[in-house]
Design a protein around this ligand. Structure first.
Ligand code: SF4
Length: 356
């Protein structure tokens, strides 16, 4: 009988597994904490391991259990998430933590995990396999690439997904399903990389059909590139004479909902104009702030004003300088601040003291 492909990969994983803070190393007979596994998998969606490590450690320190996270204030969690992007994940994270805490802990099967708010097929399978050792086929972008190459799947994505899933399912072993899931992810992240895969050191170089046919660089076959739509808007960066910043908590139904940001137009609904959030001499800057979201690019005109003490804002509220943490703003809003800071009206200065 032929040796299963999963055995070759697991042998390789036993020697080359990446050491990651949320992982139990191969061969250790202890189960990882499902809370830590789930948190890492949510954070890792569309985000690199290098970017996630610090966030994962800060979340685990601040909220050591899923119950602690469930009891956190929304605004605290959103602020801690700032900079990690894809903020809907943070809202889903909280909804899921609260559902898990309410039911007394994480369910242990892929099907039950899938029923939790904000948990998709990938996360459900990953948590079931890694934390609970259920035989579940885990398919993310790395796994798609590896399967497309090993089986030389020439159908373009996304049509190829059903075949990729079926292949991935067939290869998943009954024993060590969690290690196997992490092994394929590691193979895709470190050896079978999107560009220049290191086939000479790959544990699957012999059975890999794309390598044998010399087409590994052409797999998976990507769909034709779509033109990314562009949106425009405006953002107001107001600063009071005592240094306080005029900010608002974005409405929950809007993009970056629940995050702190600069008042401005509803660019997520395509609106380019909005009245100033407070009376003042607003000055439009020459430079614009740009940010790429997953499904559109955004360019914001930036207007700045130094606002007198006693200004009554019509939108937002003044945040004292000592309570303002730019690193807790989402990236698009930090870009606006970078542009605004080029203006002397906004630059840090000693509070203005009026003569009496
Ligand atoms: S042999 Fe090359 S293309 Fe095939 S799975 Fe390994 S690294 Fe990827």
């Amino acid at each position: 009988m032929n040796r299963p492909l999963s055995d070759d990969l697991l042998d390789w994983y036993d020697r080359h597994a990446r050491a990651l803070p949320w992982r139990v190393p191969p061969g250790w007979d202890i189960r990882p904490d499902p809370y830590g596994v789930w948190l890492s998998e949510v954070m890792l969606q569309q985000t690199t391991v290098a970017a996630v490590k610090g966030y994962w450690e800060r979340f685990r320190t601040r909220w050591p259990t899923v119950e602690a996270l469930a009891a956190a204030e929304d605004a605290e969690v959103m602020a801690e998430w700032a900079g990690l992007g894809y903020y809907a994940r943070a809202r889903n994270l909280l909804a899921c933590a609260r559902a898990v805490a309410a039911r007394g802990g994480f369910p242990q099967t892929e099907a039950e995990l899938r029923a939790l708010p904000g948990i998709g097929p990938y996360t459900a399978a990953a948590v079931a396999a890694i934390a609970f050792r259920e035989r579940a086929a885990v398919v993310d972008g790395n796994v798609e690439r590896v399967m497309s190459r090993v089986f030389d799947i020439a159908t373009p994505l996304p049509a190829a997904r059903s075949e990729i899933r079926a292949r991935a399912d067939l290869l998943t072993p009954t024993e060590r399903a969690g290690d196997y899931a992490q092994a394929v992810m590691d193979l895709g992240a470190t050896i079978c990389t999107p560009r220049s895969p290191a086939c000479v050191v790959c544990p699957w170089r012999e059975p890999c059909l794309a390598r044998a046919r010399g087409v590994q660089a052409e797999r998976p076959v990507k769909p034709a590139k779509k033109v990314v739509p562009q949106r425009r808007g405006m953002a107001y960066v107001g600063r009071r004479e005592d240094g306080a910043w005029l900010l608002e908590t974005r409405k929950s139904e809007r993009m970056l909902g629940g995050m702190l940001g600069w008042p401005g137009s509803a660019w997520d609904r395509g609106e380019e104009e909005a009245p100033p959030p407070a009376p003042g001499d607003w000055v439009a800057l020459n430079a614009e702030a740009r940010h790429g979201f997953s499904h559109f690019g955004l360019t914001l005109r930036v207007l700045v004003a130094r606002l007198p003490q006693g200004t009554e804002p019509q939108r937002g509220q003044f945040v004292p300088v000592e309570a303002f943490h730019p690193d807790r703003l989402p990236t698009a809003m930090r870009r606006v601040l970078e542009v605004a800071r080029t203006s002397p009206l906004i630059a840090d200065s000693e509070p203005i003291v009026h003569e009496t």
